[in-house]
Design a protein around this ligand. Structure first.
Ligand SMILES: Nc1ncnc2c1ncn2[C@@H]1O[C@H](COP(=O)(O)OP(=O)(O)O)[C@@H](O)[C@H]1O
Ligand SMILES: [Mg+2]
Length: 478
């Protein structure tokens, strides 16, 4: 009898006699989980949305070397109750670790595997408690929901990562995106300009060192070692995933997706799509419900005798949009009657296309946002339409605050209307109170509207509005 066959028969006989436990494999990992399981990076962060299977992956990853009695892993959450909550680490671990013959020790939140290897869960609520780990030599540290921890806790434990028994030391972490967290800075290179994880960079390894609390990056270890002789760079990677990467969950619980879709736009963007740039709701300028409540208008054909106010946010080529809006301000609520919104088009083409519409919806005034390039565009419009008053609207931080605050007032008073499917609605919701620009994506529709509304007090004076000879640049007072 061949040796392999003999061994197999012996194994089966042992299982039958109960001498050997029959271990069952974990289910097949989904592709993103698989990428993260195979990564050679010393430090890896798997995150980007709710439900892709991050916690599950962490539990499986920590269990890689359980066949060795020398192996031990620790997985952390910020607080103790979070470990034991329904669906938390302890709960989930009960689904998986018994498959490997592990015994649970609930009081110390630890699993012992037949080899003697252990995986335990611990919490690290207070920053000062990091010192409890002084002297620890940890081959595997996992953080579930790492954005809940402080930067100091994370880097302290990284300094405790050792491998006395020849296991590659590994630090692994999961999290949802949080633009306000120190983790956002850590993963920044892996995130596209739009705030979503760049799929091309998923799993790509870079190196870092920490000098005086500052993280310094290099594409290679050598690059850092040349610049900082004697330093010990760590390899790091990030893998972004969303619920779309977990077909098991989508199939088993379609309500999960519906739930994420029902979140407010900021949380939906973070948790469903994995956006690292959108900030929590309180830092947004516009009230989300008020923005939705104004979405009841319709674009309309020009009507003789109506008063139109135009706002333009010009583009400077590329992905940026050239946005021009005609607002019907004959009666309150003021209504968005027409919009020109185009990118990847030369400015001159946009202006040529736009002029017939400006003629159809004759403006009282056109407010044009001006920064370096906008001024030339405003002058160009004034030249082409000398009979129309063109008002240059400054886009310094303080003038932006005045102009967008005025727009906010109209939105909150329900004094403007726009169509339900207007792209401006999402832009309004992502417009940051602090920076006065979109936290992700574009904000040209907001800026075009703000430029129009900045001209209101000029329209409301009793003085006749005279066409500009050239562009008027005085900032309208508010
Ligand atoms: N590869 C997989 N095969 C089967 N079920 C999975 C897999 N990955 C995750 N799951 C299940 O999907 C659900 C969500 O996973 P979880 O790890 O809790 O997600 P997250 O931590 O990203 O929110 C859980 O019920 C988990 O058991
Ligand atoms: Mg989780």
């Amino acid at each position: 009898m061949p040796l392999a066959k003999a061994l197999q028969l012996r194994k089966m006989a042992e299982i039958a006699r109960g001498k050997r436990q029959k271990f069952v494999d974990f289910p097949a990992p989904h592709p993103k989980q698989s990428l993260a399981l195979k990564s050679k990076a010393e430090v890896l962060l798997f995150g980007g949305g709710a439900g892709p299977g991050k916690t599950t992956w962490l539990l499986w990853d920590a269990a890689k070397h359980i066949d060795s009695h020398l192996y031990s892993a620790v997985i952390l959450r910020r607080t103790y109750p979070e470990i034991c909550n329904e669906g938390g680490l302890w709960d989930e671990s009960q689904r998986w670790y018994p498959l490997k013959g592990a015994t649970a020790h609930q009081t110390r939140l630890e699993w012992t595997f037949p080899s003697g290897a252990t995986i335990r869960f611990s919490h690290l609520q207070h920053e000062k408690n990091v010192n409890n780990w002084q002297g620890a030599q940890l081959p595997y540290v996992g953080f579930d929901e790492v954005t809940h921890f402080t930067k100091k806790q994370f880097f302290y434990l990284l300094s405790r990562l050792r491998s006395p028994h020849g296991f590659e030391p590994k630090m692994r972490a999961t999290c949802n995106p949080d633009a306000d967290s120190w983790v956002a800075e850590l993963v920044n290179w892996w995130i596209g300009e739009d705030g979503y994880a760049d799929p091309q960079k998923a799993g790509e390894i870079r190196f870092f060192i920490v000098v005086d609390d500052i993280i310094i990056w290099g594409d290679t270890k050598q690059e850092l070692q040349i610049k900082y002789p004697g330093c010990l760079p760590k390899s790091f990677t990030f893998i972004g995933a969303t619920v779309e990467d977990n077909p098991t969950l989508l199939k088993a619980d379609p309500g999960y997706l519906a739930n994420l879709q029902a979140q407010n736009s900021v949380d939906r963007d973070r948790l469903l799509y994995g956006n690292w740039h959108v900030k929590k709701a309180e830092s947004m300028l516009f009230d989300v419900e008020a923005v939705d409540a104004c979405a009841i208008g319709n674009y309309s054909s020009p009507i003789h005798g109506r008063r139109y106010l135009w706002g333009i946010d010009p583009n400077y080529g590329g992905d940026d949009y050239f946005t021009a809006q005609a607002w019907d301000i004959s009666t309150v609520p003021y209504t968005l009657a027409y919009e020109y919104h185009k990118n990847k088009t030369p400015v001159s083409t946009s202006i040529r296309a736009l002029i017939p519409f400006i003629r159809r919806y004759p403006p009282l005034i056109i407010g044009v946002e001006i920064n370096s390039g906008g001024k030339v565009i405003a002058e160009n419009l004034a030249e082409k339409m000398p009979d129309i008053r063109i008002q240059g609207i400054l886009s310094t931080k303080s003038s932006k605050i005045i102009n967008t605050d005025r727009l906010k007032l109209f939105v909150e008073e329900n004094a403007i209307n726009y169509p339900k499917n207007w792209e401006g609605i999402e832009e309004f919701k992502k417009f940051s109170k602090d920076d006065r620009r979109a936290v992700s994506g574009h904000d040209d529709t907001v800026m075009a509207a703000a430029s129009a509304f900045a001209c209101l007090d000029l329209v409301h004076t009793r003085d006749p509005i005279t066409p500009s000879v050239g562009v008027q640049f005085a900032h309208p007072t508010f």
